[in-house]
Design a protein around this ligand. Sequence first.
Ligand code: SAM
Length: 152
Amino acid sequence: MPAGAAVLDLATGSGRNALYFAAHGHPVTAVDIDLSRLLEAPNVERLQADLENGSPWPLAGRTFGGAIVTKYLHRPLMPDLLSAIEPGGVLLYETFMDGNQRFGRPSRPEYLLKDGELLELVRGKFSVIAYEARLISEPTMAMVQRIAARRL
Ligand SMILES: C[S@@+](CC[C@H](N)C(=O)[O-])C[C@H]1O[C@@H](n2cnc3c(N)ncnc32)[C@H](O)[C@@H]1O
């Protein structure tokens, strides 16, 4: 993540990523429909919003030096998410992929990335820094895909 860049943490949950970046000098905007598990912290803007169900993108007109999304997938958000990252900004995305059905949830196709999907998502718009699609064993067995990519 570029030093000091404003970071968007989409579907922040308990804010484990938001709090990490805030602690490392980034102003963070943490978005979730339920912020009850996110502790108040300096440098963290809390934005309670429904990202689904036809709700409008809650960050219209705003851009960030980086964005992180983990363990969350709602494909209709992708165009707005990518557009919210400034040129030179970094996208970090990690979530479950096809094959995770063997290990439990999520198992529904709408929550599982297809093979190569994150690469396809950024193609032509971002430069890929790192990409993995693999089985992990910690904290539990799961099939995940993860990408770090810089906006062109
Ligand atoms: C599995 S958690 C991941 C949390 C965090 N990114 C992490 O990796 O620890 C998924 C998050 O998506 C949020 N979420 C689910 N549906 C949502 C919606 N419609 N709008 C906004 N957030 C939603 C949940 O509240 C939950 O915090």
